[in-house]
Design a protein around this ligand. Structure first.
Ligand SMILES: [Zn+2]
Length: 363
């Protein structure tokens, strides 16, 4: 047992004090051992350390995802169950834990996923990219939304999946119209420009990383406006949305991903009417899914005669940002702190669960 517990001890790679020079990580030995504490939960002993630079004390547990958590080692199961379509509710009952615990762990996994993404994102994109929105909803059909998705044509790497709330439009029964008006009166409309703004954010990012490559999209008006709003340095091609999306259609990679989303979302909806109670929950699952699909799963489940590595390589391997399909420990083994990386305003809002337009309380 002693041997096993030693294997679980993490060796510090950075100092948790954000004012310290060793905070962003260092290869030099910046700490010394500072005694061992026995604990009641795994790994039962906790090595303590002291930073040689700033004298901050910390322990092996500081770098574990179970840091300050009562129940340890749940996160890995929660990740796999959630990413394979189980609702928080059924995960909770399967693992005999509270639903709040599931939400709490997913929130932490999502934050860690963003930090991981920031550090493992490609510095340039050497392939064409397809872009489109996936329509779903949060809380109820009165709060539809778009998940704006950019995916690599060859790698299927999800470069972006950002979120846009939409205002409910189109055909409604009299009763639904009343309900919709009531909600509008109470909360006001969702931001009307969100698809445009999110698209500009994604396009600017892609344009910087993939100049000269082609971006495929349908003829959505907000996309066209976004293209014209700044100096867009990619080529682009619009594809009529009515054209059949078979493998010869450049938007086909998007469709594959969206059918995966559809499966994921519908299985999450089946059991509970309170599906994704808040935008935060949806965004967090999308963020985790990006890392899960990009790094932790092969591109396709089945063998593909045109693409002999599709069932072996992850999308991240296709674009050269990973050397193997990563497991839980590779991605989440060492808990990171957001002050170690540079976040833009949108990412900062994500970390703080800041959604000023939301009609729901965050739980
Ligand atoms: Zn330090």
């Amino acid at each position: 047992m002693e041997k096993d517990t030693n294997q679980l001890q993490l060796i510090p790679t950075y100092c948790p004090n954000f004012r310290c020079l060793s905070h962003k990580g260092t290869l030099e030995k910046f700490f010394r051992k500072n005694g061992i504490i026995r604990t009641k939960k795994p790994p039962f002993s906790n090595q303590r350390y002291k930073c040689l630079q700033c004298k901050t004390q910390f322990s092996s547990n500081t770098f574990s995802l179970d840091f300050r958590k009562r129940k340890t080692e749940l996160s890995e199961n929660i990740l796999h169950f959630s990413m394979n379509g189980m609702s928080n509710n059924s995960i909770a009952s399967l693992l005999k834990i509270a639903e709040g615990t599931v939400r709490d762990r997913l929130k932490e996994l999502a934050r860690q996923s963003l930090i991981f993404e920031k550090e493992n994102y490609p510095r340039q994109i050497d392939e064409d990219v397809a872009y489109d929105g996936f329509e779903t909803f949060t809380y109820s059909q009165f709060s539809p939304c778009y998940v704006n998705t950019a995916v690599g044509s060859r790698s299927m790497f999800i470069y972006h999946n950002t979120f846009s709330p939409l205002n409910r439009k189109g055909r409604m029964t009299e009763e639904q119209k009343m309900k919709n008006l009531e909600l509008l009166k109470k909360y006001g409309a969702y931001p009307r420009n969100s698809v445009f703004e999110e698209t500009v954010y994604v396009f600017q990012n892609l344009s910087n990383l993939a100049p000269g490559r082609t971006l495929f999209m349908d003829e959505h008006r907000a996309y066209q406006r976004a293209l014209r709003s700044f100096d867009f340095r990619m080529d682009y091609e619009t594809v009529n949305s009515k054209v059949r999306r078979d493998p010869s259609n450049p938007l086909f990679p998007i469709n594959r991903l969206h059918s995966l989303y559809r499966h994921f979302f519908s299985s999450q909806q089946r059991e509970t009417i309170s599906f994704q109670k808040h935008e935060a929950a949806l965004l967090e699952k999308m963020q985790i899914m990006k890392i899960y699909r990009n790094f932790m799963k092969p591109k396709f489940v089945k063998k593909n005669s045109y693409d002999p590595y599709a069932h072996i390589w992850s999308p991240a391997m296709y674009i050269g940002v990973a050397k193997k399909v990563l497991d839980f420990g590779d991605v989440f083994g060492v808990r990171r702190i957001k002050t170690q990386i540079k976040l833009d305003a949108k990412e900062e809002a994500f970390m703080n669960r800041y959604y000023p337009y939301s009609r729901q309380k965050i739980v």
